[in-house]
Ligand binder design. Structure first.
Ligand code: MSP
Length: 516
């Protein structure tokens, strides 16, 4: 089966932070999960390089345009590379391939008579790069997201009418209740659709915004940034209006899962499906929407408050894999989530006490007493067998039926921690260090060790999407080479006699940094 997973493409006017890191990590985790169950995945991320904000930022930098765009886009690509993100395509909206698709799509919609020109007077928020209705503003008349009063602008522009598709979209959402996950966001979108939809202004005069894709039917204008940016999801698949035999689009659309935070719900859940409809393309299979990461104190991260979490600082402290696991495990399913270096350190300690501790104690013990060889499972008790069966069944069920969603990464990461706790408790309760000293208990000793090792194997396979290197290191220490797959979730697969090795600690102690 084919799966297409996308992240939003990020604005390059600022530096990448933990929020951008999260959505991209989530995409990579879901990709690895799908690959473990044998599906073919195409995963894209990238940068949104047009529009007024990027334009102002470029002007302030004093750099030549191409150099500025590449440098800023590379800031994102370098972070994602450092985080071992296995993207298949990194889209840049300034690339000729992407611009060609936007141009062709605009021509197609124009030729169908779906775009009209009119004069418009409205309140324009530069931060949102959108005209605002008075009802979008707060009591001071400010844009709530940008804390600024929008400017009154009168302009001739091109518009794409949306209202005629509103009922279709309402019906689509009602008949596809899982189209937007989690469902509370589908409700929010239905709320947006309760009122008639204004025509979408899809042009910006070049006199104001020159950084964009020129309208093919009027060279005095560039395309509205969102009309351009959303097209990345089909330009990345090589879409052409007339179709073609050899394009990825045929293989991967509509098996598409767009990942995004709630800030860009309207563009993805209202504008995008209507744009696709105009192009004669089916809606994507799912939108997976998450809340925000907030800084310490539950407030928006900001440099002046000193509560920004820098992904590079976290990676220097603990490496990328514990960060990946923490973000997927700690993201709230019902609202926003807080993040700080202290919370991340707690998450790291939890992993060290859980999986790290389990691996170290069992492998050290058999290195000492069994020459590091996996013992025989011949004398496993019913309880030992039940422990392994339960773990294998839990992971097999998730890998078999799990649907790409936040719930999935939350459940899987929680089950991994639960399994680690259960197996540590089993190990402690069975006191193999006492059994090891009593020759008459040899069979029982071997059964406890075998059960612990096979449980560790199951946990290591399950953790792969979050922490691929940790997973492969544990499996290698159990004498198992290569990547795990969903077929591994069966009990008692570890072969007796296999040589194990202790290796370095998976989660070494990290000292508290001295106060700055
Ligand atoms: N360029 C548009 C997206 C176009 S997609 C066709 C844009 N860019 S952005 O740089 O502002 O990125 C927004 C996205 O970054 C969010 O939807 C989310 O995926 C991620 N996040 C940015 N800050 C975040 C948090 N504080 N918390 C969680 N995710 C956040 O909008």
């Amino acid at each position: 089966m084919q799966k297409y997973i996308t992240t939003p493409i990020y604005y390059i006017n600022g530096a990448p932070h933990i929020g951008h890191a999260f959505t991209t990590i989530l995409g990579d985790v879901l990709k690895k999960f799908e690959q473990m169950r044998g599906n073919e995945v195409y995963f894209t991320t990238g940068t949104d390089e047009h529009g007024q904000k990027n334009q102002s930022s470029c002007q302030n930098s004093g750099l030549p345009l191409d150099e500025f765009l590449k440098m800023r886009s590379d800031n994102f690509r370098n972070l994602f590379d450092k985080m071992d993100i296995d993207y298949d395509y990194f889209v840049r909206t300034s690339s000729p391939e992407h611009k060609a698709v936007v141009t062709e799509a605009l021509n197609y919609i124009w030729n169908k008579g779906l775009i009209k020109k009119k004069s418009y007077e409205g309140l324009y928020c530069e931060g949102c790069e959108q005209f605002k209705k008075p009802s979008d503003l707060d009591e001071r008349g400010f844009c709530p997201d940008h804390q600024k009063a929008p400017q009154l602008l009168t302009e001739e522009n091109y518009f794409f009418p949306l209202e005629q598709h509103r009922q279709w979209l309402i019906d689509y959402i009602n008949t596809h209740p899982d189209w937007i996950k989690p469902r509370r966001f589908a409700k929010e979108v239905l709320g947006m659709l309760a009122e008639p939809l204004d025509d979408l202004c899809i042009s910006r005069p070049k006199s104001r915004v020159w950084l964009g894709v020129e309208l093919p039917f009027d060279k005095d204008y560039v395309t509205y940034i969102w009309f351009d940016a959303l097209m990345n999801y089909i330009s990345s698949l090589g879409w052409k209006p007339e179709g073609a035999a050899d394009i990825r689009f045929n293989e991967f659309w509509p098996h598409c899962h767009h990942l995004l935070a709630k800030d860009i719900l309207k563009t993805h859940a209202v504008y995008w499906p209507i744009m696709l409809k105009a192009l004669g393309i089916e809606p994507p299979e799912h939108l997976i929407v998450h809340g925000y990461w907030l800084g310490e104190g539950g407030i928006k991260m900001s440099k002046s408050l000193g509560n920004v979490v820098d992904p590079y600082e976290v990676m220097d402290l603990m490496g990328v894999e514990p960060l990946r696991f923490y973000l997927c495990n700690a993201m709230s399913l019902t609202g926003d989530s807080q993040i700080s270096i202290d919370l991340l350190k707690q998450g790291y300690k939890q992993l060290a006490n859980n999986i790290g501790n389990l691996q170290m104690r069992v492998l050290k013990m058999i290195a000492k007493n069994l020459d590091g060889k996996v013992p025989s499972p011949a004398a496993l008790s019913d309880k030992d067998k039940a422990l392994l069966e339960n773990l294998a069944d839990t992971f097999a069920r998730i890998y078999r039926y799990g649907e790409l969603s936040l719930e999935l990464v939350s459940e899987l990461s929680a089950e991994i921690l639960k399994a680690g706790d259960a197996v540590n408790a089993y190990f402690a309760a069975n006191e193999p260090w006492v059994l090891a000293k009593d020759e008459s208990q040899k069979e029982r000793y071997e059964a406890v060790i075998y059960t612990t090792l096979d449980a560790l194997r199951l946990i290591a396979a399950a953790v792969y999407p979050f922490m691929p290197q940790v997973s492969e290191k544990i499996l290698a220490s159990l004498g198992i080479a290569g990547k795990p797959s969903a077929a591994d979730f069966k009990p008692q697969q570890l072969k007796a006699g296999t040589q194990t090795t202790v290796g370095a600690p998976l989660f070494p102690y990290i000292a508290d940094k001295p106060a700055a």
